[in-house]
Design a protein around this ligand. Structure first.
Ligand SMILES: Cc1cc2nc3c(=O)[nH]c(=O)nc-3n(C[C@H](O)[C@H](O)[C@H](O)COP(=O)(O)OP(=O)(O)OC[C@H]3O[C@@H](n4cnc5c(N)ncnc54)[C@H](O)[C@@H]3O)c2cc1C
Length: 327
């Protein structure tokens, strides 16, 4: 059945926020996710608010902070000389996502707002999925768990978060800046996506009526020594099975500080806090010590029947990402 909707284009943040107060409204940016949701029946807004005319596509470095406007296109951000030179993990996470055509349309804000690729959430026919129909159950938990989470899941939802960029932002301690009726607020990139407990239907911390306006990344020394490693079933145009974002500071060959985040393993980018502590002082060439340090973060891994392989794969990806970042 064809569903009609109204369409409105806005050119200021104030107008965007006012338009969103209209019942059943949704922002549309590049449309590469939202249009799929309309076709699949995941969303059916009565009004689309086109935000591509907002002046939010700038990329600047000022006072030690890289600011990327929420409307900047993925391909423009990846190609920006400052991002490519000083934040390689960001450029790599973007270039390894989707296809060139999608990256030319898709925006940074839209990328963070994408929803899980869990096959039960995206199924063409109705399957129990608490994210798609709250309260309906989780067919994935007792079904094919090959792509499911190994950290932070509950029986009501075992889905993973698919944005590559989000993993890189989490490793760099970035913040997501949002605007709403009460003004601006900042959300840490490590906390922007929500774990399923207590509400498996929720995807992220954005409140109704809010707009993402930018992401901010500290321009630290370790951002230069950074790397994004994406393991996927084919070399391009595929979501991560597992991914790792690493940033390191070195004194000679000794690690003084390391930051590590994993993708494809949880509802949110998964920071390896315990591993980061254990890595300080290690020699970057001592691979067995790096492996042992990374394992510190896997004490609370809970693989499901079909995804035990993710534990080993994620550990190896984290070690390799560290080595590549330092190289
Ligand atoms: C075939 C395919 C393969 C893909 N592969 C990958 C991949 O490998 N890695 C990866 O990371 N991504 C991948 N993606 C996802 C892709 O990156 C996203 O579709 C894209 O980034 C979404 O951006 P958009 O501007 O098109 O968002 P839209 O589709 O316009 O919007 C998506 C959602 O975000 C909301 N939104 C958009 N902008 C804002 C804002 N500023 N503030 C608040 N809400 C906002 C919209 O209301 C909507 O809910 C893939 C997508 C497809 C279709």
């Amino acid at each position: 059945m064809m569903r009609t909707f109204d369409y409105q284009r806005v050119f200021t943040v104030e107008d965007a926020l006012a338009a969103l107060r209209h019942p059943e409204s949704a922002f549309i940016a590049g449309g590469t996710e939202l249009v799929n949701w309309l076709k699949e029946g995941i969303e059916s807004p009565a009004r689309l608010i086109d935000i591509t005319g907002l002046p939010l596509d700038g990329i600047t470095v000022e006072d030690g902070v890289l600011r990327i406007g929420a409307l900047a296109r993925m391909s423009d951000v990846a190609a920006h000389p400052v991002v490519a030179d000083r934040f390689p993990v960001l450029a790599q996470s973007l270039l390894r996502a989707a296809s060139p055509q999608l990256r030319n349309m898709a925006t940074i804000g839209g990328n963070l707002m994408q929803r899980t690729r869990c096959p039960y959430f995206r199924a063409d026919y109705a399957l129990p999925c608490n994210k798609r129909v709250p309260g309906s159950g989780c067919a994935a938990h007792t079904g094919d768990t090959g792509s499911a989470a190994i950290f932070g899941w509950i029986p009501e939802c075992v889905a993973t978060q698919p944005s590559d960029l989000a993993v890189a932002l989490a490793a760099l301690d970035a913040t997501v800046v949002v605007h709403g009726a009460d003004g601006a607020r900042e959300i840490r990139a490590t906390e922007f996506h929500r774990l399923p407990d207590p509400d498996p239907a929720a995807h992220n911390e954005l409140r109704p009526g809010e707009l993402i306006t930018s992401v901010e990344v500290p321009d630290g020394l370790d951002a230069r020594r950074s790397h994004y490693l994406k393991v996927r079933e084919r070399v391009s145009y595929e979501f991560a099975v597992v991914s790792a974002a690493a940033a390191v500071c070195l004194d000679g060959t000794l690690i003084t500080e390391a930051r590590l985040a994993l993708g494809g393993v949880a509802h949110r980018p998964w920071r390896l806090w315990a591993a980061e502590e254990a890595l300080a002082g290690l020699d970057i060439h001592d691979e067995s010590a790096l492996r042992a340090a990374v394992e510190w973060s896997f004490g609370d891994a809970r693989p499901l029947p079909d995804n035990e392989y993710k534990v080993v794969l994620a550990q190896r990806a984290a070690v390799r990402a560290l080595q590549e970042a330092a190289a």
